[in-house]
Design a binder for this molecule. Structure first.
Ligand code: GRG
Length: 292
């Protein structure tokens, strides 16, 4: 690795690429849809873009240029934004604040928020399937993985168990299931798609899957830790809403240990890439040390 390598500089470069492509994504194409465009853009115009960053960093391991992954990265952030809009709805998590602003449905109404969310999921799929920078097989596999990440084996599954089963049956295994589906699945899709575009071998793909799942767990536990002891202004959402989460299950000290241990497992899996795996290791550290 270049001794002058600086994670935060590279992060900002990648983030700007995504922001430029995704901000104000829909404009004035159809005047009748002005309100829907506004709702969509409201939720697309912000975010840390960590899932996009992750796709780029996996790509770098295989010498895939970020430009080649940009459409995939944008699609992943679209799915993520859709999931946040849905998550905040009154009949889901019932949250009023997101990224330091009123949640989408508070500004635009629940009906519009739902339309925005569905439009985003659909557009994400359309984008990867029409990405001319990728071969047909790559596009199909990307669409398949992206679809799986928000379906019955991904976000929708995690959300269902979170809503319906967690409170009745609070066990480590249940929380781990939720974290795997609600959070790790999208990291896994991001990593796997980038690795496939990079022509990863089976062994390399397995390593990326292990890394993705473990950083996904660590990311969610850190989110739960921030929910309890984060700075509300920085985190930008209502904290401590008496939600059952990992910290409430095992306590703060244990939760911090778990997050570190997941990152340790993630990092160990990168040994197959030797020097090339070093940048992504910094990404793992960033995820558990972030303040929001
Ligand atoms: C999209 C089909 C479909 C279903 C949605 C509502 C739902 C089902 C799933 C909830 C998914 C969810 C909100 C998971 C939590 C993951 C998490 C910690 C999100 C916060 O991610 P950050 O911190 O957000 O990356 P920013 O604001 O930086 O983009």
């Amino acid at each position: 690795m270049d001794p002058k390598y600086d994670f935060s500089t590279e992060y900002q470069i990648f983030k700007s690429m995504v922001d430029e492509k995704i901000e104000n994504y829909w404009g004035k194409e159809e005047p009748l849809l002005e309100g829907l465009y506004k709702s969509i853009n409201y939720s697309l115009n912000d975010g840390k873009r960590v899932r996009a960053l992750y796709a780029f960093l996996v790509g770098e391991i295989f010498d895939v240029k970020p430009e080649k992954l940009l459409t995939t990265a944008v699609a992943i952030e679209m799915i993520h934004a859709a999931s946040l809009i849905m998550d905040d709805l009154p009949y889901m998590d019932n949250a009023e604040l997101r990224r330091g602003k009123p949640a989408n449905h508070i500004v635009f109404g629940q009906d519009v928020a739902l339309c925005a969310s569905i439009a985003l999921i659909s557009e994400a799929n359309r984008l990867v399937l029409s990405d001319q920078g990728l071969g047909l097989d790559e596009r199909n596999r990307a669409s398949n993985l992206l679809g799986a990440s928000f379906g019955i084996n991904g976000l929708a599954a995690g959300q269902y168990v979170d809503l319906k089963l967690k409170r009745k049956n609070i066990k480590y295994e249940i929380i781990e299931f939720i974290n795997a589906k609600k959070t790790a699945a999208l990291f896994t899709a991001a990593g796997e798609i980038a690795a496939i575009i990079g022509h990863a071998s089976e062994e390399q793909l397995d390593a990326i899957k292990v890394f993705s799942e473990n950083v996904g767990f660590a990311f969610q536990i850190t989110d739960d830790i921030l929910d309890v002891k984060g700075d509300e202004k920085l985190v930008g959402k209502d904290l401590n809403k008496d939600k059952m989460n990992f910290v409430r299950l095992v306590g703060m000290n244990e939760a911090e240990k778990y997050a570190k241990s997941y990152i340790k497992t993630a990092k160990a899996s990168m040994s197959v890439f030797k020097e090339k795996g070093k940048k992504i290791i910094e990404f793992g550290d960033y995820l558990i040390n972030r303040g929001y």
